[in-house]
Write a protein that binds this ligand. Structure first.
Ligand code: C5P
Length: 232
């Protein structure tokens, strides 16, 4: 798969999502479906968006005992999405089980990527709440290496970390990066951000863009701008 822009469809329900997607009459964008929409609408929303011709990153961030994750991934593999994810914190064994579950009888499977440490976790909360006392950067890289050892395809990370992840885990190990803002747009609650153009320079494979597109006056134009800056 080549570089692409993934729109985070952080909408509360199906109608709002379809109203948004209906605007894209030309190229059907790659979309991310997260927990809010999936829990509200169930797997049918995934099937319907697939029927409409979109590629899908199903962002459900699984984290449980290996056996449970394997069985859950087996169910998700039937939805025919393009990318699934889980928490690397569930251990290498859990990630290996997830890969087994996701792999269909014919050997095909969606890409599987790992969340390392959430961007909402900072050094202080990691030390105090999780009793992890190493530097956050090192923990992120270690989790990325664990994901690679388990056979996963890549990680979700900040675009600022994409170069370092590639240096440690190889150029083919995918970096999927949220935290994208145009030079002239609001950062909102995101802290460690780059523009689509900077993400390209840093070597991101996929950028995940939410509000700069979903809340734009002209979402199709904002999406086009992402494509032009990130892919050219
Ligand atoms: O609206 P915005 O561009 O900030 O949306 C970014 C999307 O990426 C959201 O769906 C958010 O949950 C997700 N995300 C993130 N940071 C992470 C992991 C996921 O912003 N570390």
């Amino acid at each position: 798969m080549g570089k692409d822009v993934i729109i985070a469809c952080d909408f509360a329900g199906a109608q709002q999502t379809f109203d948004f997607l209906d605007r894209f009459t030309d190229k059907k964008p790659f979309v991310k479906i997260g927990m809010e929409l999936f829990y509200a609408e169930g797997p049918e929303i995934v099937r319907e968006i697939k029927r409409r011709g979109h590629k899908i990153f199903l962002d459900l961030k699984l984290h449980d005992i290996p056996n449970t994750v394997e069985k859950a991934m087996r169910v998700l593999s039937g939805l025919d999405v393009d990318i699934c994810n889980l928490h690397a914190g569930g251990t290498i064994r859990m990630m290996q089980a997830a890969l087994r579950g996701l792999t269909r009888e014919d050997g095909t499977r969606p890409l599987l990527i790992a969340v390392t440490q959430l961007t909402s976790t900072d050094q202080e909360s990691m030390e105090q709440d999780l009793l992890i006392e190493k530097p956050l950067d090192e923990v992120v890289m270690h989790y990325a290496e664990n994901a690679k050892k388990a056979g996963l395809d890549g990680v979700v990370c900040s675009p600022l970390e994409a170069g370092k992840v590639h240096a440690r885990c190889g150029e083919n190990f995918l970096t999927v990066t949220p935290g994208i803002r145009f030079a002239d747009s609001e950062a909102g609650d995101q802290k460690r951000i780059t523009t689509p153009a900077q993400a390209r320079t840093n070597g991101s494979d996929y950028i995940v863009v939410g509000r700069p597109v979903t809340a734009a006056a002209d979402p199709v134009a904002a999406y086009q701008r992402c494509i032009e800056e990130f892919i050219g």
